[in-house]
Design a protein around this ligand. Structure first.
Ligand SMILES: NC(=O)c1ccc[n+]([C@@H]2O[C@H](COP(=O)([O-])OP(=O)(O)OC[C@H]3O[C@@H](n4cnc5c(N)ncnc54)[C@H](OP(=O)(O)O)[C@@H]3O)[C@@H](O)[C@H]2O)c1
Length: 242
């Protein structure tokens, strides 16, 4: 990327993979806006990174709330003027754990409300935020990078039972990646999905095999590589099937 200081936005960044992504982008020299829905948690998280000597600001953003998203976009436009990197990381997994195990109800008993609530954050949230920040993404020169934090659980090629709401939402997010990338053809805005692997966070749980550092790696790789692909799905810095 070019010599000017890049501005990065990471959603759902007060903990987990989002928090670590902020740290790594800031270590790489970007100015990072750590966005979180809970003001107290977000401020503490941003201060932690500033205490490490990193250039990180907090801004409030609930991706499920249209007013919050509009206010966030206004704030970013006024304070920073553009967004070079957008990481749509905020996500929830609210399917009953183990619901696909033998004797458990699985998709046939999944509450529609569970699917709807998951979509609200994981798909409509990413759509809302990307729509609102679209005017701030530079179309020429170095352009911009949009990285949607998806999951292997959304891969149609690997689709299994269980966690129906979460799986459907991540497949939907992957569709959004393809639609954004196609509509942005001819611009220098690059849009990709990534799978971080199974990561030790509140969502992934303590038995997960990867650290948040490892989970953030492919996000940061796509955000900082000099010439980026678009419309792809990546894990461990390699393209994977949809
Ligand atoms: N961990 C894994 O193994 C794994 C695997 C594949 C994909 N992923 C994906 O990676 C991303 C990050 O997950 P994680 O493992 O770091 O999970 P996490 O520790 O549970 O963090 C999720 C983050 O999203 C935020 N969030 C939830 N709803 C939000 C909303 N409406 N507005 C703004 N922020 C919201 C949470 O904020 P609060 O603190 O306020 O709740 C939290 O900061 C997610 O998209 C997840 O689906 C994770």
């Amino acid at each position: 990327m070019g010599p000017t200081r890049k501005i990065a936005v990471v959603t759902g960044a007060n903990r987990g993979i989002g928090f670590e992504t902020c740290r790594q982008l800031a270590r790489g020299g970007m100015k990072v806006i750590l966005a979180a829905r809970d003001e107290a948690k977000g401020r503490v998280a941003a201060q932690r990174l500033r205490d490490e000597g990193l250039d990180v600001d907090f801004a409030r953003l609930d991706v499920t709330d249209g007013d919050s998203v509009r206010e966030f976009a206004r704030f970013v436009r006024k304070e920073y003027g553009r967004v070079d990197v957008l990481v749509n990381n905020a996500g929830v997994m609210i399917d009953q754990r183990g619901s696909f195990l033998p004797g458990m109800p699985g998709v046939f008993k999944t509450k529609i409300e569970t699917v709807r609530e998951t979509m609200e954050t994981n798909v409509y949230g990413a759509l809302r935020v990307t729509q609102a920040l679209r005017p701030l993404l530079p179309e020429t020169g170095d352009g911009a990078r949009v990285i949607n934090v998806s999951s292997g659980m959304g891969q149609l090629s690997e689709m299994n039972g269980g966690y129906a709401g979460y799986r459907i939402s991540k497949t939907g997010l992957n569709a959004l990646t393809r639609i954004f990338a196609d509509e942005l053809k001819g611009t220098a805005i690059r849009v990709n999905s990534i799978c971080p692997g199974w990561v030790r966070t509140d969502m992934g749980g303590p038995k997960a095999e990867r650290t948040p550092e490892q989970g953030a790696d492919t996000i940061v790789w796509l955000a900082t590589m000099p010439v980026a692909p678009t419309g792809g799905f990546f894990k461990d810095r390699k393209a994977i099937p949809w």
